[in-house]
Structures are given as C-alpha cells and as structure tokens.
Design a protein around this ligand. Structure first.
Ligand code: MBD
Ligand code: FE
Length: 282
C-alpha cells in the first residue's frame, strides 16, 4: 500500500510521541511495545476503513470487558494464551529441554493460596447430588524419572455445572482447589468430583464477541495443575477427560493428545473399597 498514511512523517512522529519515544524517561522496552501495538492498530483502522462509529463501539467493548472481569477469558478465547505455550515449547525445544508432561494454558480462574495438604486429599466440599466421585493419583518425577518428594501440586477444577469456586458465589471458599505436597515417593493422591466442561458466561462480553465471529465459547471437562519444586521450572498443565464433546474443539485451544485421560469407571463395590473411598476421606 504505497499511499498508506503510515508512511507519512507526521503519523510516524505521532506514534513516537504517543509511545513516549521522544523522551528518555520511562521504560524503553515498554515504549517500543506500545509503539508497535499502536502502529498495528493505526494500520488496521486504515486498511479496513474502520469508521468512527465502529471505533467507539470497540472502545465501549474494551470498557465493558474490563468491567465484567473478562479480559483473561477473552485472551484465552482468542488463542493469545495458547500462543505463549507455542513460544515456550519452541524455546525449550531449542534448549534441548524436552520430555515430560506437556504444558498447557493456565486460564483465568486460578487463585493463589489454596489450602496446602498432604496424603489423601479431598477437594470437594459442597454437596452436589449429581456428582460422580473421582480419584486421581500420580507421581512427580524429574527428567531422569526420579521421584520428587515435597513437590507442590496445585489443583483446581470446575464443579458439575462448570463453575469455579470464588468466581461462582454458590460454592464455598476453596471448593475444588487444593495444593498437595508429594510424599517421599513423589506421589500425590486426591478425591474429588468429576468436573463438567466450562462455558463462557452466555450474556458476557467474551461470548458476545465469539457470537459475532461465529464461534462457541465451550471448553471440554478438564482439571488444572501447577507442579512446582525447588530447583525446577514450574509446570502449568491440565488433563482433559476423554469422551467430552468439546475435547477437540476447546474454545481456548488447550487440548493436547498427551493430556487426554480416560476415566476408568468403577462399579464394583470391592474395587471402590480398594480405592479407600469408604473410609480414609472424610
Ligand atoms: C476455564 O476453565 C479455563 O480453564 C480457561 C482456559 C478459560 C476459561 C475457563
Ligand atoms: Fe478451567
């Protein structure tokens, strides 16, 4: 586009000044990032002939997005958060740091400070009549396969309606959220309820945008994890429950084949007893 206004000296000067690049005070890197984002916005407005009416609608959208606390949801839905994973995977590949459980996005619903527990941990606190009990255990290992005792597995997930405690005021504080310290064999084990998939608030700002671009706002059933131990990089990941309708069309692009798990349904009372579900959890 040779007649683009972007080439004009007054437009370039406007970008420099708007980003603070005409002074030496402040953060240089931030200035450069802001200049790039602004330049991309200027160019988009020019290229698509964005009208003032459309422009002010967009400003209003951003205002409402913030008011509804949905900025984190929108960046997941637009694939921006997944792009961070692509970048980090590539960095690790180049550094020869491969293997282990793959990462996937954190999403906007984690809370700092979940209760820290050891041993047989129970996540579900609220009575949900239609809930199926689940048991999950695992082992935190280093890249050579050695167990890591004292690692912290921070788990959080939705209830049977796809809601997360704190954000869903019908749930008790910290419901379905725990930090679990691995035992001397690097193992953790918890009991909880089978989560349902998540759907963006139907009347929310994120869903409003998704509607306009012909997309749904659903996630398959999943459980989130942070895994941390001193001296190791932090892993942010999830598991997806096999069989979910949205398994391969997550609106937030988080599904990875290695993270899909089959939930084995146990009907036999003796097997259920063997899982310890009759006694040790209270
Ligand atoms: C979720 O539960 C979630 O994990 C993500 C990434 C986005 C919205 C809701
Ligand atoms: Fe989630």
């Amino acid at each position: 586009m040779t007649d683009s206004l972007m080439h004009r000296i007054d437009v370039q000067a406007l970008l420099d000044k708007a980003a603070g690049l005409d002074t030496d005070t402040g953060d240089r890197r931030l200035k450069q990032i802001i200049r790039r984002v602004l330049a991309d916005a200027f160019r988009t407005i020019e290229e698509f002939g964005v009208t003032p009416t459309e422009f002010w609608r967009a400003v209003d959208y951003v205002t409402r997005l913030g008011q509804s606390n949905e900025a984190g949801l929108l960046v997941a839905g637009l694939g921006l958060e997944h792009f961070l994973d692509i970048l980090m995977d590539e960095e690790e590949r180049k550094a020869g740091l491969q293997g282990g459980t793959p990462r996937t996005i954190e999403g906007p619903l984690w809370l700092a400070g979940a209760p820290l527990e050891r041993g047989e941990v129970r996540l579900d606190q609220d009575p949900e009549s239609d809930a199926e009990t689940i048991v999950m255990d695992g082992q935190v290992r280093d890249p050579d396969g050695n167990p890591i005792p004292g690692a912290i597995v921070d788990v959080w997930h939705a209830n049977t309606k796809g809601g997360y405690s704190f954000f869903d005021s019908s749930q008790s504080a910290w419901n379905l959220r725990r930090r679990i310290e691995t035992d001397r064999d690097g193992r953790y084990r918890f009991r909880s309820i089978m989560p349902a998939g998540y759907g963006c608030p139907p009347e929310g700002t994120t869903q409003a945008l998704l509607d306009r671009i012909g997309r749904h706002g659903q996630r398959p059933a999943h459980i989130h994890f942070f895994v941390e131990a001193p001296g190791y990089r932090k892993l942010t990941t999830q598991i997806n429950i096999a069989g979910d309708k949205y398994l391969h069309e997550d609106f937030a692009f988080a599904t990875r084949d290695e993270l899909i798990v089959e939930a084995r349904r146990e009907a036999d009372p003796e097997a259920i007893a063997r899982h310890g579900l009759n006694a040790p959890f209270s």
